[in-house]
Ligand binder design. Sequence first.
Ligand code: ZN
Length: 246
Amino acid sequence: MRIGILGDIHANAEALHAVVAAMRNDGVEQWVQVGDIVGYGPEPSVCIDIVKELDCVTCLGNHDAAVLDRLDTSYFNNFARAAIHWTRPRLRPSDLEFLSSLELVVRRPPYTVVHGTMHLPEQFGYVISPVEALDSLEHQDTQLCFVGHSHVPAIYLRREASPEDIHVVPHSEAEISYRGFDRVLMNVGSVGQPRDEDPRAAYGLVDTEQEIAAIRRVHYDIAAVQKKIRDAGLPEVLANRLALGV
Ligand code: ZN
């Protein structure tokens, strides 16, 4: 089975269209989405429609929870909070209904989907180093787990025989064999707002027969979405950062 994993779309339809085209080209059979369809970007409903059309296995992200008023936004930075306040009144009832239906953790052996970490999914912590990866892996009971949230892609691998020994593939673009590893934790990066200084949209690809996991990147029309962000009256910084990948 070829699994395509995307997430942290953040209402960036330009990036999402480019990623979906690339994933179709890769022959993706099963679509997974790791949360944060909305927030930051100008086209939340368009992105929700695409996720629904693709029938993605989807979990709840912190920005999704915030627009539903299920998460206190006081720990969000000003720009993130402004975008939540911009987004909320623009969503259709069907969008809110869809986001409300999402769970924090979705288990579909051989994989599990969660936005932040497996050990504290409701706290939306980040997997950004082997330290958090180890905690999350302790609570992972499927061979594969897909996460997002940090907007920085990386793959963490572990063997049952040496559970403390975490093998890390930190590259923003990588293809590795996970044969012989009992646990794979994959942060697939962000479609709509990459933060690893590579402005290209990111997604993950897993072939369960060949036991290959890959992080892929794709160019998209950044100027087009920047214009939409400015026209929408969203904070300027949310447009500027896309060109830098921060
Ligand atoms: Zn996000």
